[in-house]
Design a protein around this ligand. Structure first.
Ligand SMILES: C[S@@+](CC[C@H](N)C(=O)[O-])C[C@H]1O[C@@H](n2cnc3c(N)ncnc32)[C@H](O)[C@@H]1O
Length: 307
């Protein structure tokens, strides 16, 4: 008999990562589906949380996808190189590694893991030329205790992993598959610096094209959950009556570097299925938005279904 595949934690820290979502709102995903699609993979927090039997994982970042593929197919050379990075880690060494172009897939995967674990804030960011440009941080642990690359590799073994844009991936999803969509957040007009940074990577027209792709997939019978910025322009592009439920969820913000600017921030969860437990939930931080009237109804004080 095959031994069951162990559940593992994400191995990368990623800008916009959804560890907080699965930690606080683990009940929002459908109970059953055929294949799992994650077209904006990043650190894959939802994939690792759901641990689906069959998954189609993709992202436009080729270095990231190489890292996943290398760990899936042959993790030992990556692990060996990571051990060398751990031994040699210092200020100078970090910047030397940051500046090199790797010749093999395993070196590139080990470089990505090393930089991700030792850079400032542990976040992968590239400049407009696609070069990783984050300065060194204070953390120096490259090999994490309790992390098993063998388990990670097994977990990924039943996934198709590809470097491609979201439209190609979403087009493949069929009736009863499930897509979790988590693009870089961009809105039509904004004054938010993080969202402005994302605009160079994901334009407003990408955002509109994404809503169109998801709408078409929904009409094919695909189950969909989409994260996005809590902004009127996002609500507008998902406002087709009868398809989307729009919920607001809250999380602790850690984007602003100054401690006094940190606090609770809200995001949208957009689904084409009713999220069981959300309306009846006494969770005070969940608000359901009535998208057709553009007002929102707080579930803070009652369990009444307002629709
Ligand atoms: C917010 S992150 C996803 C975070 C992920 N959910 C997690 O938990 O770590 C968005 C991802 O979308 C990818 N991306 C940006 N533009 C894309 C595109 N046009 N097609 C596919 N992926 C894209 C980025 O490389 C990035 O990894």
């Amino acid at each position: 008999m095959d031994s069951p595949i162990a559940k593992v934690a994400p191995f990368l820290k990623w800008a916009g990562g959804k560890r907080w979502l699965v930690g606080k709102y683990g009940f929002v995903f459908p109970e059953s589906f055929d294949r799992y699609f994650e077209p904006f993979l990043g650190g894959g927090a939802v994939f690792f949380y759901l641990s689906p039997d069959r998954a189609m994982l993709s992202d436009i970042n080729d270095e990231l996808i190489n890292c996943y593929k290398s760990l899936r197919s042959d993790w030992q050379p990556v692990y060996k190189k990571l051990k060398i990075h751990q031994k040699k880690h210092s200020d100078d060494y970090y910047y030397r590694v940051r500046g090199v172009n790797c010749r093999s897939d395993s070196s590139s995967a080990a470089r990505m893991l090393y930089l991700n674990r030792t850079c400032f804030n542990g976040l992968y960011r590239v400049n407009l030329k696609g070069k990783f440009n984050v300065p060194k941080g204070t953390k120096s642990l490259v090999l994490l205790p309790n992390e098993s690359f063998d388990d990670i590799s097994n977990r990924l073994s039943q996934s198709e992993i590809s470097c491609r844009g979201f439209e190609e991936s979403i087009r493949e999803a069929d009736e009863n598959d499930f897509i979790y969509s988590d693009p870089p957040y961009t809105v039509r007009h904004n004054l938010n610096n993080f969202i402005k940074y994302n605009e160079s990577l994901f334009s407003w027209s990408d955002q509109v094209a994404l809503a169109d792709s998801l709408r078409t997939a929904s009409l094919r019978g695909v189950k969909i959950l989409a994260s996005n910025a809590d902004h009127e322009s996002i609500r507008e592009i998902y406002s087709d009556f009868g398809i989307w439920n729009i919920y607001r969820v809250s999380r602790k913000s850690n984007l602003a570097s100054a401690v006094e600017h940190r606090g609770d921030t809200t995001e949208l969860l957009i689904s084409n299925y009713k999220i069981k437990g959300l309306e009846q939930s006494k969770r005070t931080e969940v608000l359901q938005l009535a998208s057709s009237t553009k007002s929102f109804v707080s579930l803070r004080s009652s369990n009444t279904n307002h629709f």
